[in-house]
Design a protein around this ligand. Structure first.
Ligand code: ATP
Ligand code: MG
Length: 567
């Protein structure tokens, strides 16, 4: 393509709302244009990148024998009512009515629609296993759309759904999808990790997320330094610790006027947060209260806490007024002595002795507190986020923590949807069985942003060849003044096109500095520069976007030189 036929709309300044580098650079490079919160248009150059990602995804999905389909974005409410998600999904599901006053929603994901299809078209175990996929627009009314297309409301996803006669077959396809995802992310050039993810009610190792490592990532993921264990923090387990030492101190009530936070209490009493506990009060299903206890320096893991039986879903902290009424003190003074509600204690807090906690009396704390001697019976369990240095749950090594961007998620669903929607086939023995299902998502548009988070410098994006808007840019100096330069540039351009190279010829009447800056901002991986001097000595200048060094290449060998680089 020639630049005069393209839309090159680079800008110097990023908008104020662009907090992360990929958002800034996508706007500055003119790849996307904001329409409203979480809604972006892809401009020609941006769409080209998205399509390159789609092509890789499609090729690898086809290789895995998945079958491409395309489902509607608008879904009738009845389907979602059948699966019960019309109620369960919450406000991320954007609902609307048609002209006949019938309820619809925009599809945030397509389990319901595909299960409906499977119900109609899959009749016998002989048709299984089968895996359907689509590359299609999703809508999720995200509570905080941010970071450009990284977390937008409308985005493109590749979603796949597989159907099986039994769990074993599901496990096999799951493995194939795991490998397919690795192939896709390898081709995109990511530094990524598959990690164990929360698998909801199914449990086991039945869900993995694929994370691109980047400091701007919204997720924390942990790895063992002694094995290949890797998991999302949501999911990483902590192990039970040794039983508490026997009490050395007496229980003593101390004045803590005006202190509210753990750090304030610890400063005042001159102790470390590791010798204190914090007590959180959550609501039970029947509106009664439950206490959750963590060591002072630890953080609650809400995914783990939401699995406590009998608690309200989604997890809800009790209102302070309610706590005051039932426990007789405000949040800052809650503790476990004389606390007459169920007490569920994280393993680490449960192994403390002689610790500090609130006294359930405003402005007072207890010191020298010991489980058993001073409290009612407690239930220890895993409730907190792991921290760096925790032992790996597989017993090998210690955990390290890094930030990740989730670009893919694979999940063994079991019979959740086929049970609720009654999707069965006739098995080998002639009896109907509900199908096992897997689902597999990739954030196509998020991939573009994630790639930029891993590949940029102060001049702009450094796209990997596999998804760059162009593989090569030819920058002729004085294209519109020197007929020699023009002739050579045109010849090189044609020869590159003939070899199937995705090349941009910058034929604009711009200063060289602008042309260089634009191609660098756009992240085009390879660049040729041609000038009258080069014409004189039969050379062309080559520079890789990744390296500072420039080299002179014989004009005649230029195409082969690039073909070598592209391999
Ligand atoms: P997240 O935890 O980031 O919200 P999710 O668990 O909701 O992701 P899935 O439902 O598994 O995501 O969707 C599959 C993929 O779609 C994700 O791995 C991610 O790459 C992408 N994705 C999800 N939400 C968004 C969004 N709001 N904007 C862009 N891509 C998204
Ligand atoms: Mg989400």
């Amino acid at each position: 393509m020639k630049s005069t036929d393209a839309l090159i709309s680079t800008i110097k300044e990023a908008p104020n709302d662009a907090q992360i580098i990929s958002h800034q650079l996508m706007i500055r490079a003119g790849l996307i244009s904001r329409l409203a919160s979480g809604l972006y248009s892809y401009l020609p150059m941006g769409l080209k990148i998205v399509q390159k990602v789609e092509k890789i995804v499609r090729e690898e999905m086809n290789k895995s024998k998945a079958l491409e389909v395309l489902m509607p974005i608008a879904h009738p409410a009845e389907l979602w009512q059948e699966s019960k998600r019309w109620e369960e999904y919450g406000p991320e599901l954007l609902r609307f009515k048609d002209r006949h006053d019938r309820d619809f929603c925009f599809g945030p994901t397509h389990e319901e629609v595909i299960t409906d299809i499977a119900k109609q078209y899959l009749r016998s175990y002989k048709q299984l296993p089968i895996n359907f996929y689509q590359i299609q627009t999703k809508f999720r009314d995200e509570i905080r759309p941010r970071f450009g297309v990284m977390r937008s409301r409308e985005f493109i996803m590749k979603d796949a759904y597989s159907f099986h006669i039994n769990e074993k077959s599901l496990g096999e396809t799951y493995k194939v999808m795991h490998q397919t995802y690795c192939n896709i992310f390898d081709r995109i050039g990511f530094d990524y990790r598959p990690v164990l993810a929360d698998s909801g009610t199914i449990g086991g190792d039945s869900s993995h997320e694929f994370h691109v490592l980047a400091d701007s990532g919204e997720d924390a993921i942990c790895f063992s330094d002694g094995s290949d264990y890797a998991a999302n923090i949501d999911r990483a387990e902590t192990l039970p610790q040794e039983t508490p030492k026997s009490p050395k101190e007496n229980l003593e009530l101390v004045e803590t006027p005006g202190v509210k936070t753990i750090n304030d209490v610890c400063d005042l009493l001159k102790i470390k947060p590791v010798n204190s506990i914090k007590t959180l009060i959550i609501e039970a299903e029947d509106d009664s209260l439950i206490a959750i206890v963590l060591r002072g320096d630890h953080e609650l893991n809400e995914v783990k806490a939401s699995k406590i039986s009998g608690i309200k879903k989604p997890l809800r902290m009790a209102e302070e007024e309610n706590v005051k009424q039932q426990l007789g003190c405000s949040f800052g003074s809650i503790g476990v002595v004389n606390l007459d509600i169920p007490i569920i204690v994280d393993y680490a807090a449960a192994s403390l002795s002689d610790f500090v906690c609130g006294a359930n009396i405003n402005d007072k704390h207890y010191v020298g507190v010991n489980w058993k001697r001073d409290t009612k019976k407690i239930t220890p369990r895993d409730l907190r986020n792991v921290i760096a240095g925790d032992p790996s749950p597989d017993g090998k090594g210690k955990l390290e923590i890094k930030r990740g961007i989730e670009v893919g998620h694979i999940f063994q669903l079991g019979t959740k949807y086929s049970d609720s929607m009654n999707a069965n086939v006739i098995g080998e023995d002639g009896r109907a069985v509900n199908m096992n299902m897997g689902c597999y998502g990739i954030g196509v548009t998020r991939i573009v942003a994630a790639s930029i988070e891993q590949n940029y410098d102060d001049r702009g994006i450094i796209f990997p060849e596999s998804i760059a808007p162009f593989q090569l840019v030819i920058v002729p100096i004085n294209y519109n003044k020197s007929s020699r330069v023009k002739a050579l540039a045109d010849e090189l351009y044609k020869d590159c096109l003939a070899q199937g190279i995705d090349v941009l010829l910058d034929d604009r009447k711009e200063r060289p500095g602008i042309m260089f800056a634009d191609s660098e901002l756009l992240g085009i991986p390879h660049r040729f520069v041609l000038s009258d001097t080069h014409a004189d000595n039969g050379k062309v200048e080559y520079k890789s976007r990744k390296e500072a060094e420039k080299v002179e290449v014989d004009f005649k060998l230029a195409v082969n030189f690039i073909l070598d680089k592209l391999e």
